[in-house]
Ligand binder design. Structure first.
Ligand code: SF4
Length: 376
């Protein structure tokens, strides 16, 4: 039996002011009455877990408000949800409490309310520091909003500030991307996430590309952009610790590290995913169904799968390889079904291993999704 390990709680807030053209997340366009219904259902879900005690007595590593755009809700409502969550999962000074925010949805007053209530990490979706990049991806707001929001967050007391960026955007060049990186660094974030644009089926962007309204992403250019990000961000003292993530020492995301280190996490809210005690389960990706189930005092689950010991080891390997430092070699047993695949990946220069650790090479990180598929 596993010892009582620490756990992270994820709260999915499924609202945005509008849907960006590339986004396939489960969410609704923010409307007050739907947000009110959602909040009440989320409180019921928190209370149900509290009564069940599934995760009580587990040290709480993190509370993460993600979305969607959590700050589509007023700051006071986020604080009341935080307080409710803390009745089920008490926090202490070491708990990382993150809120994701779109820069144009928060004021200095909101940020002060959030910081004073105990949120100690904020993650802004900057996406780019060049406004020309926003139009083809339908991302609302101005670059100036990011500058103002970061400054206000710092003034409110946030020290741990993440900025998300995207590369491979339709209008981006290598030059404009490096300028975005430099402008971002001028804001002195403690953490930066860089995500390659991927085209999700059914999105407006996929449709625009199919109609030749927007150009397809250029794979070779994305590779150059990834290298440029690594060079520029590392030179600024941000450590590349996961394929898409960079942090100043001591600022790696404690919540996201749970995903990559075989940790347990419980997700609440429509479409949220969980992994607790070797079982993966997920909530219904439909707000109405979510509310109905909770009104009937049921957990709003859509799926549940217990993983065999082999599957748990495989997942720990696949997710752990996303970390730049990889995973301890002792986690890879010679009798694992993946052992032979690893040897083949090693001969292709995609992974490297020694007595102590096994990790992706720089080439392997570039093809991480294909490596993961090989290992499944
Ligand atoms: S703000 Fe984020 S979550 Fe909302 S639509 Fe845009 S990409 Fe999706």
């Amino acid at each position: 039996m596993r010892p009582q390990r620490d756990i992270g709680i994820y709260l999915h807030i499924p609202f945005c002011r509008q849907r960006c053209h590339f986004c396939a997340f489960y969410l609704e366009v923010a409307r007050t009455e739907r947000m009110d219904v959602f909040r009440s259902a989320l409180e019921q879900e928190i209370d149900l877990y509290n009564r069940q005690g599934l995760t009580s007595n587990r040290p709480l590593r993190s509370l993460y408000f993600g979305g969607g755009t959590p700050t589509a809700l007023p700051a006071t409502q986020l604080v009341s949800l935080l307080d409710r969550a803390r009745t089920a999962w008490p926090t202490d000074a070491s708990t990382e409490i993150t809120v994701e925010a779109h820069p144009s949805t928060v004021t200095a007053v909101d940020l002060k309310i959030l910081a004073d209530a105990g949120f100690n990490r904020i993650s802004f979706g900057a996406e780019s520091m060049d406004e020309n990049d926003f139009v083809p991806i339908g991302r609302p707001g101005r670059v100036r909003d990011t500058d103002v929001a970061v400054e206000a967050a710092r003034a409110a007391g946030f020290v741990n500030i993440n900025l998300d960026l995207m590369y491979g955007l339709p209008s981006q060049s290598l030059t404009s991307w490096t300028e975005t990186l430099q402008s971002l660094l001028a804001l002195e974030p403690s953490h930066v996430s860089c995500y390659a644009l991927t085209i999700e089926e059914g999105t407006r962007l996929a449709h625009d590309i199919a109609r030749n309204v927007v150009p397809k992403p250029d794979d070779a250019l994305q590779v150059d952009m990834e290298s440029a990000a690594e060079t520029i961000l590392q030179a600024a003292g941000l450590v590349h610790y996961e394929i898409s993530n960079y942090a100043k020492p001591g600022f790696a995301s404690r919540h996201n590290l749970l995903y990559w280190t075989d940790g347990d996490y419980l997700g609440l809210g429509p479409s949220a995913q969980s992994y607790v005690n070797g079982v993966r389960f997920g909530n219904v990706a439909d707000l109405t169904a979510y509310v109905d189930l909770l009104n009937e005092h049921h957990l709003p689950l859509a799926e549940r799968a217990g993983l065999s010991e082999d599957d748990q080891q495989r997942d720990a390997l696949v997710f752990g390889l996303r970390l730049v430092e990889g995973i301890p070699r002792r986690l890879v047993h010679p009798d694992m079904p993946q052992h032979r695949t690893l040897a083949s990946l090693s001969s292709q220069g995609l992974i490297e291993w020694n007595e102590e650790r096994i990790r992706l090479t720089a080439l392997g990180r570039r093809y991480a999704d294909s490596v993961a598929q090989e290992l499944y």
